[in-house]
Write a protein that binds this ligand. Structure first.
Ligand code: NDP
Length: 302
């Protein structure tokens, strides 16, 4: 298959590209920068969708960019980098004379309201309640294809928790302080910590790119929670990372410090969390390589 990946140069995109190429598929990236094996967003807009059987969007300004202060311009970039790129791809698919058979958006679990007790599956109803859930609403709405195109193109939305891997995401920023013995729980530590190993997320995306089993495909998107089936708290994650690294984790970071450092609207992704169940992902028969924290963290650290 020929697969087009918006934002494919990033952390998840590199893993996905590796997996797709290993399986013999051809990958073209959509990027802000031109280069070999890439087209730019401007070229997508002016020349239309290149021939492809599957398309994915992974583009988005980094939510935990330590170099950017939490202000209106950053928030605007968080929205536009996701919503505008997703809209550009869904519009290009809709305008194509031969649209791909699968269109996959990777969004996030921030749509589910943080809670110590509620459990969320893909069937859970939700309405936006804060900035990040509003972002997910707009982002997923931008992916919707017109009804006539949805008759032939399968639409899939994958909502990952924190993506864990050596080469990017939260781990990249956490490994050094934990190595130095400066790691600790965030906030109360009781908050759920939904997570997935990057190679499992890439595996879920590859399955979503397969041609639709039903003809015609459902006109509304199929949603899959992209999280590991283990339900862990931030405390369990912190202690397990310390254990795997053989380092102490005795320095908790209070919630107010996180709010001051990151801004309270985005600190919620670390100081609060949701119990997310990958019900449909499991029902689809997906086999996780890293279903539990110990196996995932050992792979990352070793
Ligand atoms: P990255 O931070 O690695 O970014 C992905 C790509 O997005 C970059 O390589 C870049 O591509 C493009 N990009 C960055 N900033 C902008 C911008 N301002 N405008 C347009 N494009 C931009 O993301 P990940 O691979 O970690 O994540 C992929 C997707 O999954 C993202 O949408 C993210 O929100 C979502 N997600 C990630 C999680 C995680 O823990 N990593 C958790 C939950 C959801 P280029 O430079 O080539 O243009």
């Amino acid at each position: 298959m020929r697969i087009l990946i918006g934002g494919g140069s990033g952390f998840v995109g590199r893993e996905l590209t590796r997996l797709l190429r290993d399986k013999g598929h051809e990958v073209t990236l959509i990027s802000r920068q031109p280069g070999p094996g890439k087209i730019t967003w401007g070229e997508l807009e002016s020349q239309g969708l290149p021939p492809c059987e599957g398309a994915v969007n992974l583009a988005g300004e980094n939510l935990i960019n330590p170099l950017r202060w939490w202000n209106e311009s950053y928030k605007k970039d968080l929205f536009s980098s996701r919503v505008d790129t997703t809209k550009a791809l869904s519009q290009a698919i809709a305008a194509s004379s031969s649209p791909p058979h699968s269109w996959v958006l990777v969004s996030g679990v921030a749509c589910y309201k943080p809670s110590l007790t509620a459990q969320y599956t893909e069937d859970s109803e939700w309405t936006p309640f804060d900035l990040l859930s509003r972002l997910v609403k707009e982002w997923e709405a931008a992916a919707l294809l017109p009804e006539n195109v949805a008759k032939t193109t399968k639409q899939v939305i994958i909502r990952p928790g924190a993506v864990l891997g050596r080469d990017g995401g939260a781990m990249k920023q956490m490994l050094l302080p934990f190595w130095l013995g400066l790691g600790g729980t965030l906030g109360s530590g009781r908050q759920p910590f939904p997570w997935i190993h990057v190679s499992d997320l890439a595996g879920i995306i590859v399955r979503a790119l397969e041609p639709p089993a039903d003809t015609p495909p459902s006109s509304s998107p199929q949603v899959f929670n992209g999280v590991a089936p283990a339900l862990n708290t931030n405390y369990e994650f912190t202690k397990e990372l310390g254990r795997v690294l053989r380092r102490p984790t005795i320095l908790p970071v209070p919630g107010f410090v996180m709010n001051a450092l990151l801004g309270s609207e985005r600190a919620v992704i670390l100081t609060q969390g949701q119990k997310v169940i990958p019900k449909r992902t499991l029902e689809s028969g997906f086999q996780y390589n890293y279903p539990d924290l110990t196996s995932a963290l050992k792979e990352i650290v070793n």
